[in-house]
Design a protein around this ligand. Structure first.
Ligand code: NDP
Ligand code: 8X3
Length: 252
C-alpha cells in the first residue's frame, strides 16, 4: 500500500477510470468522483479489493455540491496528496455560427469552472500542509485550435493558462502543478461530443491507431511517481499517427 491519497474526477469512464484501475493496482488510496452512481459502486466494489477506495458523486458544475462532497470526506481520506482534474468533455463540433449555447455552457462550466471549483475545495489544505500535486488533464486542443473546435479548444486553452497560473501561485507553497495534454484517445469522449451517435463517434478513430485510456493512465503514473524535486510541468502525448490536431497519417 502506498501512503498517498489521489482524488480523480471523471473516474467513471475513459482516462479517469483507467487511471483509477492502474493506481489501485499500485496501492494508492483513491477518492473516485463522477455522476454515475452505479459506475462508482462497481469501482468501489472491484477496486476496494485492492486498495482503500472512497467514492463521491457530484456534478463539477454545481459549486455547492463540489464543496459539500469534498468537505464530507472521512478523516482517513481528508488529506489529498494528488488531485487529477480529469472530468470534462467536448459537446458538439459545429462552426461558430451554428454553435449551440447549451453546448458552450456545458464545456465552459465543466472543463473550466468545474476544474476551478474542485481545485479551490482542495488547495487550502495543500497550502496548509505545504505539499501536494495537481495534475490537470488538458488536450492538444489546448495547444492549437482546429476548425469547429472553437469553444472546446477555448476551454482547454483556459486549462492550459490556469495550469500555468496555478503553478506560479502555488510555487511558494511547495505544491507541484502540471498538465497532461492528450491527442486522440478512444474513450466515450466522441460519443459524448456527438450526443450518442456511435457511428459518427467510431469514425473519428477510423484508419489509425488512437491512444487508449491506459496509455494516459501509465503517463499519469509516471508523473505522480517522480521524486519530490521533480515536477512534470507540461506533457503532450499523441498517437504516433497524429502530427497535429488535424494531421493524421490514416490508412485509406
Ligand atoms: P469520457 O467521456 O470517457 O470521460 C469523461 C469523464 O468526465 C466521465 O467519467 C464523466 O463522468 C466525467 N464528467 C463529465 N461531465 C461531468 C460533470 N459535469 N461532473 C462530473 N463529472 C463529469 O472522456 P475521456 O476519458 O476521454 O475524457 C477525460 C478528460 O480527457 C476530459 O477532460 C477530456 O477533455 C480530456 N481529453 C480527452 C481526449 C480524448 O481524445 N478522449 C483527448 C484530450 C483530452 P460522469 O458522466 O459519471 O459524471
Ligand atoms: C480531445 C482531443 O482533438 O478531439 O481533447 O479535441 S480533440
Amino acid at each position: 500500500m502506498i501512503d498517498k491519497t489521489v482524488l480523480i474526477t471523471g473516474a467513471t469512464s475513459g482516462i479517469g477510470r483507467a487511471t483509477a484501475i492502474l493506481f489501485a493496482v499500485k496501492g494508492f488510496n483513491l477518492i473516485l468522483c463522477g455522476r454515475r452512481q452505479e459506475r462508482l459502486d462497481v469501482l468501489q466494489t472491484e477496486l476496494g479489493k485492492k486498495t482503500n477506495v472512497h467514492t463521491l458523486n457530484f456534478d463539477v458544475r454545481d459549486k455547492d455540491s463540489v464543496f459539500e462532497a469534498i468537505n464530507s470526506l472521512p478523516p482517513e481520506f481528508s488529506q489529498i496528496d494528488v488531485l487529477i482534474n480529469n472530468a470534462g468533455n467536448a459537446h458538439g463540433l459545429d462552426p461558430i455560427e451554428h454553435g449551440n449555447e447549451e453546448d458552450w455552457d456545458a464545456m465552459l462550466d465543466i472543463n473550466v469552472k468545474g476544474l476551478l471549483y474542485v481545485s479551490k475545495a482542495i488547495i487550502p489544505k495543500m497550502v496548509e500542509l505545504k505539499s501536494g500535486h495537481i495534475i490537470n488533464i488538458g488536450s492538444t486542443a489546448g495547444k492549437e485550435v482546429y476548425p469547429k473546435g472553437n469553444v472546446y479548444c477555448a476551454s482547454k486553452h483556459a486549462v492550459d493558462a490556469i495550469t500555468t497560473g496555478m503553478r506560479m501561485d502555488l510555487n511558494p507553497h511547495g505544491i507541484k502543478v502540471g498538465a497532461v495534454n492528450p491527442g486522440a484517445v478512444e474513450t466515450e469522449f466522441s460519443n459524448v461530443r456527438f450526443k450518442g451517435d456511435d457511428e459518427r463517434a467510431d469514425a473519428v478513430y477510423n484508419g489509425f491507431d488512437p491512444l487508449v485510456a491506459e496509455d494516459i493512465a501509465e503517463t499519469l503514473l509516471f508523473v505522480v511517481t517522480r521524486p519530490a524535486h521533480v515536477n512534470i510541468a507540461d506533457l503532450i502525448i499523441t498517437p504516433t499517427a497524429q502530427a497535429s490536431a488535424t494531421i493524421f497519417n490514416k490508412s485509406e
